[in-house]
Design a protein around this ligand. Structure first.
Ligand SMILES: [Zn+2]
Length: 82
């Protein structure tokens, strides 16, 4: 089962098309039900197109902050820690 926390870890592979088919399918299923992750994916793709950088480490610090904030919001927002 894919959660929002998984999305942030998998999204890069997904965007560059290196995710295996099974995981990509599970990710897409999550996206269908999660507007937050859809918005996150859109922002992520836009950033990658703008910067042409594919490594998390080389993303602009503003984007990295956003990734972290997104993660923390998801963790805080979920009743369970898993
Ligand atoms: Zn999500």
């Amino acid at each position: 089962m894919i959660t929002c926390r998984h999305i942030t870890a998998l999204i890069l592979d997904y965007v560059i098309g290196e995710l295996d088919a099974e995981t990509a399918l599970a990710l897409k299923e999550h996206l269908r039900e999660c507007p937050d992750c859809i918005a996150f994916l859109a922002t992520y793709q836009k950033t990658i197109q703008a910067t042409r950088s594919l490594r998390y480490e080389s993303l602009p610090s503003r984007m990295r902050t956003r990734v972290r904030q997104f993660l923390q919001a998801q963790i805080r927002g979920s009743p369970r820690s898993g």
